[in-house]
Write a protein that binds this ligand. Structure first.
Ligand SMILES: Nc1ncnc2c1ncn2[C@@H]1O[C@H](COP(=O)(O)OP(=O)(O)OP(=O)(O)O)[C@@H](O)[C@H]1O
Length: 254
């Protein structure tokens, strides 16, 4: 039997409650992710995709409902504490890396995710061979830039670094919020291929937001479409195999 990693029960979020701008964004979302699920998440602009990831990572507290990670109720766990188990890569290459720290220092920080800050920068020399090996597998020459400040990397290199930082210490859950959208087509393809390889090799559980229908069907084992704060499609297995771009596009119509 498949083991649940993440469970969302009746999750709703409301912004500006009690004011004239009050708006319900997520509406009673129920979702269970099994160990190793690689979900591609689609939906029109404003459907609530980022809000859903933010509720999972703890940066938004839902107005109602509960969240369980590996059967533990994390609904009231802070974003910082959740970062020990949940890693995220954002669309903006500037988020997720420290610009005034070198590539190697950023990686060291990532290996110590969830530990006390005072311990963060100890033991760099010991870890360097590992970082050289890990970055040598990557597409864009990061292994030659271990002593470069992250702020001086290209957008593609910086995003590849963010991805490696998110996965170097295996997270229970990996959240990708359009993490290749700001990159040129070739760099974006390389990072998507790397993502696929790492998710498979490490058997990660992952949610990846994308606007590219082709990618949504090519990568992962499960596709979810959000519309107006609700799950309108959740296709897995045989149903997912049969799914076409035209099928998905129907959910984008008004
Ligand atoms: N703090 C906030 N205050 C008011 N409205 C908000 C707030 N946060 C999100 N929203 C609104 O909630 C809706 C969902 O936003 P969200 O960013 O989750 O959508 P999305 O599906 O990720 O969209 P996109 O594809 O454009 O990134 C949008 O209409 C957005 O304007």
């Amino acid at each position: 039997m498949n083991k649940a990693i993440l469970e969302l029960k009746n999750i709703s979020t409301t912004v500006n409650p009690g004011t004239k701008d009050e708006k319900k964004i997520l509406k009673n979302i129920n979702l269970m992710l099994n160990d190793g699920d690689f979900v591609t998440l689609l939906g029109t602009n404003g459907a609530g995709k980022s809000t859903l990831l933010n509720v999972i990572n703890g940066s938004i507290i839902p107005s109602s409902g509960s969240i369980y990670l590996k059967d533990k109720d994390i609904t009231n766990l802070s974003e910082v504490k959740r970062a020990k188990f949940i890693a995220q890569v954002f669309q903006d290459p500037k988020l997720g890396t420290a610009p005034r720290m070198t590539v190697a220092e950023n990686l060291l920080l990532a290996t110590k995710r969830g530990q006390r800050r005072s311990l963060h920068l100890r033991g760099l020399d010991k870890q360097l061979p590992k970082f050289k090996k890990e970055t040598a597998k990557l597409p864009n020459g990061l292994n030659q830039r271990l002593n470069t400040f992250a702020g001086n990397l290209s957008g593609g290199q910086r995003q590849t670094l963010s991805f490696l930082m998110a996965t170097i210490k295996r997270p229970d859950l990996l959240l990708l919020d359009e993490h290749t959208a700001a990159l040129d087509p070739n760099t974006s393809r390389d990072l998507l291929e790397l993502t696929d390889q790492v998710v498979r090799e490490q058997k990660l559980t992952c949610i990846m937001i994308t606007h590219q229908l082709k990618d949504a069907l090519h990568y992962g084992n499960r596709t979810i479409v959000l519309k107006d704060g609700q799950v309108v499609l959740d296709a897995v297995g045989h149903e997912r195999d049969k799914l076409t771009e035209a099928d998905i596009l129907k959910f984008f119509a008004n």
